[in-house]
Design a protein around this ligand. Structure first.
Ligand code: NAD
Length: 253
């Protein structure tokens, strides 16, 4: 039995990850804004600190792994909220749990997105990676939800890759899963949107394997990356998207 912690376990992909880890007999500490072991708002620094303190207190012997899954979709009009939850709610939690993970040679899995490689606003991504709040505010003024979302997921993947060496020195592996379109409450909100719904349905119809993702597809990838079978895998961004990224960017990997 391993001891894991995760964010975003109350819904969608996170709920499937939670279920698969519990079914496998592991101990799991779930952080979410509601319906969780630790209820914390990851959009605020106070909420992120409370989440870290709560996890450390609930796992006094350390963590075998941490999964950062909480996220906010591109349909949410509050753009600073998307950036805060998706980027800070991921990276600050990993940093806050680093010592706890080092005690058990833990594995980290971040949930990015197959939208991460899309063209975004480079200055916005740099502002996130640099922790430059003033630049972030300035960049967000001229952006829209989709690029704020995809840029936040690109920043998560790049933060992971920049930190893999330092974390490996403490015995911690880090990887990211980049889901493609997956049927969850988040995507239902966009699919039912009167403006974007039809375009989304046409986009889903182009997924090479012929179906949208299910939350369980992501949970299986996460379980693998957490496991001993993945002990030589660190720094990877695993696209779990039915071939959509390869279709859109065949010559890049
Ligand atoms: P979802 O909306 O079903 O789940 C998101 C979870 O994050 C919820 O449990 C929610 O309560 C939690 N959350 C949101 N804001 C929070 C906050 N401020 N504090 C604490 N918790 C908060 O969405 P999902 O589709 O299951 O998405 C899960 C992750 O997968 C997200 O990071 C999302 O960006 C990513 N993702 C999803 C898709 C997809 O197609 N569904 C594709 C690529 C990436």
């Amino acid at each position: 039995m391993k001891t894991y912690a995760m964010t975003g376990g109350a819904s969608g992909i996170g709920a499937a990850i939670k279920q698969s880890l519990l079914d496998a007999g592991h101990q799991l500490i779930v952080v979410d804004i509601a319906s969780a072991d630790i209820e914390a708002d990851l959009s605020s620094s106070g909420g992120r600190e409370a989440a870290i303190e709560g996890i450390v207190a609930a796992a006094p012997e350390g963590l075998d792994g941490f999964i950062a899954c909480a996220g906010v979709g591109s349909h949410v009009p509050n753009l600073p909220l998307i950036a805060a939850v998706n980027y800070r709610g991921t990276t600050e939690l990993v940093e806050g749990l680093r010592e706890s993970l080092a005690r058990k040679n833990g594995a980290v899995v971040l949930i990015s997105s197959n939208s991460a490689p899309m063209d975004t606003n480079p200055a916005y991504v740099e502002a996130l990676l640099d922790g430059d709040d003033a630049a972030l505010v300035t960049q967000l003024e001229s952006m829209e939800g989709q690029t704020v979302y995809s840029g936040s997921k690109q920043a998560v993947a790049r933060w992971m890759r920049r930190n893999v060496v330092d974390y490996a020195a403490q015995g911690i592996r880090m990887n990211a899963v980049a889901p493609g379109y997956t049927e969850t409450p988040m995507t239902a909100a966009v699919k039912d949107d009167p403006t974007y719904g039809e375009a989304i349905r046409q986009f889903v119809a182009t997924i090479p394997v012929g179906r949208p993702g299910e939350p369980e597809d992501m949970a299986k990838a996460v379980s693998f990356l957490l496991s001993e079978d993945a002990s030589f895998i660190s720094g990877s961004v695993l696209f779990v998207d039915g071939g959509h990224d390869a279709m859109m960017r065949p010559d890049q990997f």
